[in-house]
Design a protein around this ligand. Structure first.
Ligand code: C5P
Length: 238
């Protein structure tokens, strides 16, 4: 039985590779992330195919532009039926609120379910040196929590954030807010950057609602066994 807290990242640039992983994982995985690499290579077809296969889709295109352009772009993407879409919180309150309001209005007008809209707070790849170069003077963690609260005030359903900040965001934004944490790893892997410190179970224990796992499954000698190990690991976390 699939655990829809696990989202597998399809970071490929061909349909064939993406479809072959989805087919191999079969019923054990129900949620997939389609990001820039795959979407910009193969387009909308992959999202439509995943929906036909009965899968849930997080369309991770991280929109960032003026409010009207982001809102219109999301309304166009809504045709594909993705379950979660996202924008950059650094686009500001007005952009996020315009996007969330317009998506809801458009879904109601079409009589279809509104996709969840979440915000990227601070990219998990930003380290202290990058942050300082941007002229930022508050702590990264403070900015993440501030932007998560702003996203919630703007009517968004959640955020993408590092597992490191999941507990703070959960405390600030309450039990129903989505917290999607990428870059998590299976216990025993060597960390290759600062943000990749949590195992899937730890990320959920910290308050994440979903974990995004890519390379630990995709690059495993046996991706099905790797996914099953993660599903077993997270089954212990309620
Ligand atoms: O590292 P992994 O391959 O599991 O990453 C899965 C997804 O998580 C990637 O598609 C990427 O968008 C995201 N990621 C991230 N921050 C990281 C590592 C990965 O947002 N530090």
């Amino acid at each position: 039985m699939a655990d829809d807290r696990l989202i597998v990242a399809l970071d490929y640039h061909t349909m064939e590779n993406a479809q072959s992983l989805v087919r191999a994982l079969g019923a054990s995985v129900s949620y997939y992330k389609v990001g820039m690499e795959l979407y910009y290579s193969v387009g909308a077809e992959i999202v439509r195919w995943l929906k036909q296969e009965g899968k849930q889709v997080f369309l991770d295109l991280k929109l960032h532009d003026i409010p009207n352009t982001v809102a219109s772009g999301l309304c166009s993407l809504m045709n594909l039926g993705a379950d979660i879409m996202n924008v950059h919180a650094s686009g500001g309150y007005t952009m996020m609120k315009t996007a969330a309001d317009r998506l809801r209005e458009e879904a109601a007008r079409r009589g279809q379910a509104c996709p969840k809209l979440i915000a990227v707070t601070v990219l998990t790849s930003i380290n202290q040196a990058d942050w300082d170069d941007l002229g930022q003077t508050v702590q990264i963690k403070s900015a993440v929590v501030r932007w998560a609260k702003l996203a919630q005030k703007a009517g968004l359903d959640g955020v993408v954030a590092s597992p490191n900040e999941a507990a703070l965001i959960r405390g600030a934004c309450g039990p129903d807010f989505l917290i999607v944490t990428p870059g998590v790893r299976q216990a025993g892997d060597g960390a290759d950057d600062q943000s990749r410190i949590a195992t899937p179970a730890q990320a959920l224990g910290e308050g994440a609602s979903h974990i995004v796992v890519g390379r630990p499954i995709r690059q495993a000698a046996d991706p099905v066994a790797a996914a099953e190990a993660i599903i077993k690991e997270i089954s212990a976390v309620k």
